[in-house]
Design a protein around this ligand. Structure first.
Ligand code: SAM
Length: 262
């Protein structure tokens, strides 16, 4: 069945396809992302965020453009020009494009230039982190909320979303883009999470050199510095990581639960 799905392809219409590449492992591309990637005439990607193995599916004659050193003002005319020449353009983003992908301004500029776009979701880093750790981030009676956030850096986080106020919820907190400011993040988290809270420090999930350290919150910054982590690192801070807390039971598959709600 999978072979049929892969070979049964409609030609791509000229448009910009904003595609989530997932965290790095090509097996974690969606089927749709894979199909579009293997058909696109032009592929734009930031080599600092997307590993080269993701490009294995790309046509040998496709035009591949690295964007890490380019500004939006340089990237946009390339996309617009290629679509106007009837080509399909794939703009790859790591993980899911709707998270810290700087896609909003791209989409607005493309639509303003009458360029059709299609967005294809991808698996975000926090989802692969939970899979690797074999944890559910929403354990009944323990934690039922997931927060995806970052600490203020060059991009300012609105005051109402300050890390210390989000920490007060003691939810499963997925911290993106924060390795360079990890001391400040640790101090803000310790204002509310118990010091023994387990933190998974996840470096390059899905890349060949993936590494994960699980440490108490008090060692989050020290481990980050010791391992010289500055980028492509996701922090998962959660009561769900505490081995003694993993014994909650959902009502969903309980024998007393009405099957209509499954
Ligand atoms: C520009 S953001 C892009 C996030 C992406 N859109 C996503 O959904 O995962 C880059 C940040 O995402 C996290 N990240 C993305 N891919 C990762 C990976 N493979 N392993 C660990 N962290 C990752 C890191 O916090 C990194 O600093």
């Amino acid at each position: 069945m999978t072979a049929d799905l892969l070979t049964n392809r409609q030609p791509l219409r000229p448009a910009v396809y904003i595609v989530g590449a997932g965290p790095g492992d090509p097996d974690l591309l969606t089927l749709k992302a894979y199909k579009i990637l293997s058909q696109g005439d032009v592929i734009l990607y930031a080599d600092s965020l997307v590993p080269p193995q993701i490009l294995e599916a790309v046509r040998p004659d496709a035009e591949v453009i690295q964007t890490a050193s380019k500004t939006l003002e340089e990237i946009l005319p390339i996309m617009i020009d290629r679509v106007k020449s009837q080509q399909s353009v794939v703009r790859l983003h790591s993980g899911d494009p709707c998270l810290y992908g700087a896609v909003q301004e791209q989409m607005q500029a493309l639509l303003a230039a009458d360029i059709p776009i299609e967005v294809v979701p991808g698996i975000s880093a926090f989802q692969l982190a939970a899979a690797r750790l074999q944890v559910e981030l929403t354990i009944p009676e323990r934690v039922q909320t997931i927060i995806l956030t970052r600490i203020s850096g060059r991009t300012h986080v609105p005051e109402a979303e300050e890390l210390s106020s989000l920490a007060a919820h003691q939810a499963s907190l997925c911290l993106y883009l924060s390795a360079r400011h990890i001391e400040a993040a640790q101090a803000k988290l310790l204002a509310h999470y118990p010091p023994t809270t387990q933190v998974a420090i996840c470096f390059r999930l899905g890349w060949p050199d993936e590494q994960i350290w699980v440490v108490p919150l008090t060692e989050m910054a020290q481990t980050t510095r010791h391992q010289k982590l500055t980028r492509t690192t996701l922090y998962l801070i959660s009561p769900a990581l505490d081995p003694e807390q993993q014994n909650g039971r959902s009502r969903l598959y309980h024998p007393d639960h009405d099957r209509l709600f499954r």
